[in-house]
Design a protein around this ligand. Structure first.
Ligand code: NAD
Ligand code: UD1
Length: 335
């Protein structure tokens, strides 16, 4: 298939491009480079042997977007482009709604105009909110989101569902990611955090590379194995492979499917920290702090639907996620 990947130079997008190319798909990337670097294209080429066609374009720019659709005959779109910082979305909600909602609507309108019917959208486990029991199941539906970022994911899910009802030829897969971490085994692509990381593994990586003094562990009085928060961490390469399965599923079905992408297994903050210590070969300093507002105790996926519908099962364990993250972190610090 000829696939447009919006946000394709970003963290999850770049890994997905590598896996799509490996499966013989043609990849065209659209990104405004707001949160990624142009040299990611070199890295994708180094890993896969193919340099994807690239458009430096913004989904908010309708004319620029139309040019990309007019010049290519896409079979499908994988839509990653968007802003993703939870805390920032609370401070600048309109910017988040503009980029993640208006930008997405521009893209969906272009897909309608050019009759591109197959879509995979990056949603998030955040749409479950704090309303349900673990493991989170797709059939629970949408919970109460706690920040504008989460609300943009929920609204996109609703918009796409309505769009597919109006256009029965459409086929969309809404992937609810749990916590993607790790990097490609080559150490060439991974997550490059912008500023002080909010998420756990990017923060640990910066402690290990000497940019931060210690990890602040947000609370150790939850009802979990060691009192620290539990999450379903998934290797970004596993997540990328799920996209290949999802876009192939979309191309052979009609309608809208919501699918969790996680491992189904939760790890506590301290368990992740210890796995990272194993990967880097030394202790990592940390301090227990108060709980972070808005955090939930435990979050992990019910993965049955991904297995049944897509035939997808995550392969890599937490040790591998930390080893690959560490390799990428070492390469970054050499730059
Ligand atoms: P990322 O920031 O690394 O990638 C997003 C890419 O989109 C960046 O390269 C950025 O430059 C680009 N972009 C942003 N706004 C754009 C615009 N208006 N026009 C064109 N390009 C634009 O983020 P990521 O971690 O790869 O996440 C990809 C998607 O997955 C996002 O939609 C994110 O919300 C979602 N998601 C991520 C996580 C996570 O933990 N990383 C979890 C759940 C969902
Ligand atoms: C966060 C977002 C969520 C988003 C997800 C993936 C919040 C409230 N939620 O989820 O919307 O979809 O990232 O991008 O921000 N932790 C520490 N110290 C740190 C960082 C994290 O102890 O410096 C702990 C957290 O309390 C949590 C776990 O590590 O228990 C994972 O945190 P994080 O990586 O931020 O992910 P989520 O909270 O799951």
């Amino acid at each position: 298939m000829k696939i447009l990947v919006t946000g394709g130079t970003g963290y999850i997008g770049s890994h997905t491009c590598v896996e799509l190319i490996a499966e013989g798909h043609e990849v065209i990337i659209l990104d405004n480079l707001y949160n990624s670097r142009i040299d990611v294209l070199d890295k994708i080429e180094q890993i896969s042997g193919v340099r994807p066609k690239f458009y430096e374009a913004d989904i908010l720019d309708k004319e620029g977007l139309e040019k990309v659709f007019a010049e290519n005959d896409f079979d499908a779109v994988i839509h990653f482009a968007g802003y993703k910082a939870v805390g920032e979305s609370v401070s600048i909600p309109l910017t988040y709604y503009e980029n993640n909602i208006s930008g997405s609507i521009n893209l969906y309108q272009m897909m309608k105009k050019y009759k591109v019917r197959n879509l995979v959208f990056s949603s998030s486990a955040t749409v479950y909110g704090d309303d349900f029991e673990v493991p989170f199941k797709e059939e629970y539906g949408l919970g109460t989101t706690t920040n504008p970022y989460g609300t943009t994911k929920k609204m996109n899910e609703m918009i796409i569902t309505d769009m597919d009802i109006a256009e029965p030829e459409n086929s969309s897969v809404l992937l609810r990611y749990f916590n993607p971490i790790g990097a490609h085994e080559s150490g060439l692509i991974g997550e490059i955090p912008n500023g002080i990381p909010n998420n756990l593994v990017p923060y640990i990586a910066q402690v290990v590379s000497g940019q931060r003094d210690y990890l602040r562990v947000w609370g150790n009085d939850y009802d979990t194995v060691d009192g620290t928060g539990v999450r379903d961490y998934i290797h970004v390469v596993d997540l990328a492979r799920a996209h290949v399965k999802a876009i192939e599923y979309a191309a052979s079905h009609k309608g809208t499917e919501v699918i969790n992408i996680g491992t189904g297994k939760g790890y506590s903050v301290l368990e992740v920290l210890h796995a990272y210590e194993k990967a880097c070969g030394h202790e990592i300093p940390y301090q227990i702090m108060e709980r972070r507002p808005g955090d939930i105790a435990v979050c992990y996926a019910d993965t049955k639907k991904a297995e049944g519908l897509l035939g997808f099962k995550a392969e890599y364990d937490i040790d591998r996620m930390c080893e690959d993250s560490y390799r990428f972190t070492c390469n970054l610090s050499k730059e």
